[in-house]
Ligand binder design. Structure first.
Ligand SMILES: Nc1ncnc2c1ncn2[C@@H]1O[C@H](COP(=O)(O)OP(=O)(O)OP(=O)(O)O)[C@@H](O)[C@H]1O
Length: 253
């Protein structure tokens, strides 16, 4: 089963009248790009359930996370979304192993989508698992934070400027792992960044945002089928056909 993310929402936030309509495919990295104040955080907070849209729908696969017409608003903890922030935010009193397994233990075995062994080899952190978090480099901490997010078996991964606090050396250390994750995992990754270099290296589609509106969403990889066209249908009631829109992932390279 694929868990493509389809977002079609409106939100008035302060002076900003935001309208966002886009999709993020599985096995792909979708970048959110735009100047400060454009609405990127508002958008990812709506996807995560931290901010409630005024209207519209947010679907993850066939699961509505939010639907204003059907009055569905799934609680944050039940959305099963993994987050990786700018700072790794590891638990300082736990070693790497305990940090990694923290989220995993809270997921019933039948819902676990990725094994511990898979994650530690994917991210190259097996040799770190007995270490204290204070002994890790910035790049290692960020890889452990990604591992912790993955082990909570998310159906979507949101990465909010995950490399912003790292110097170029550490960025070069982490970037290949993010790329590897995107090809290896059957989940969409939404990647917020101010860096065009990162976006060109990593992402399959760039959703460019200005003043709460999507101004373009070009693909950086060749689509295998006809592209999906964004459209607004959320006022007063969403068009259910959006839920069944499907598009294969892009061919890489
Ligand atoms: N709770 C709020 N109340 C009022 N206005 C808000 C609120 N949250 C955000 N805004 C406004 O909405 C706009 C978009 O903010 P947002 O944080 O989503 O932008 P951003 O693209 O993430 O910016 P940055 O790159 O600086 O993090 C800004 O003008 C901001 O001041």
């Amino acid at each position: 089963m694929t868990d493509m993310l389809v977002v079609d929402v409106k939100k008035k936030q302060g002076a900003m009248n935001a309208e966002f309509s886009f999709q993020a495919d599985t096995n792909c990295v979708t970048a959110l790009f735009g100047p400060s104040g454009a609405g990127k955080t508002t958008l990812i907070n709506m996807i995560a359930g931290l901010v409630t849209p005024d209207s519209g729908t947010i679907l993850l696969g066939d699961r509505p996370l939010y639907d204003s017409c059907a009055k569905i608003d799934v609680a944050v903890a039940k959305r099963r979304i993994g987050y990786v922030f700018q700072e790794a935010l590891l638990f300082p009193h736990m070693n790497v192993l305990k940090n990694l397994t923290y989220g995993m233990k809270r997921v019933p075995e039948r819902h676990r989508r990725i094994s511990f062994d898979h994650v530690v080899s994917l991210l190259g952190i097996r040799h770190l698992i007995k270490r204290g978090t204070a002994t890790l480099s910035g790049g290692e901490k960020q890889r452990v934070a990604m591992g912790r997010a993955l082990l909570s078996s998310p159906t979507l991964l949101i990465m909010d400027e995950p490399l912003a606090s790292l110097d170029q050396g550490r960025k070069d250390d982490v970037l290949p792992f993010i790329k590897e994750m995107s090809t290896d995992l059957s989940i969409p990754i939404v990647y917020v960044s101010h860096s065009m270099d990162e976006i060109e290296t990593l992402t399959d589609r760039v959703v460019s945002i200005e003043s709460g509106l999507i101004v373009s969403q070009p693909r950086l990889r060749r689509p295998t089928v006809e592209p999906w066209e964004p459209r607004f249908t959320n006022a007063p009631c969403a068009d259910p056909s959006i839920a069944s829109t499907s598009m294969a992932c892009f061919a890489r390279g």
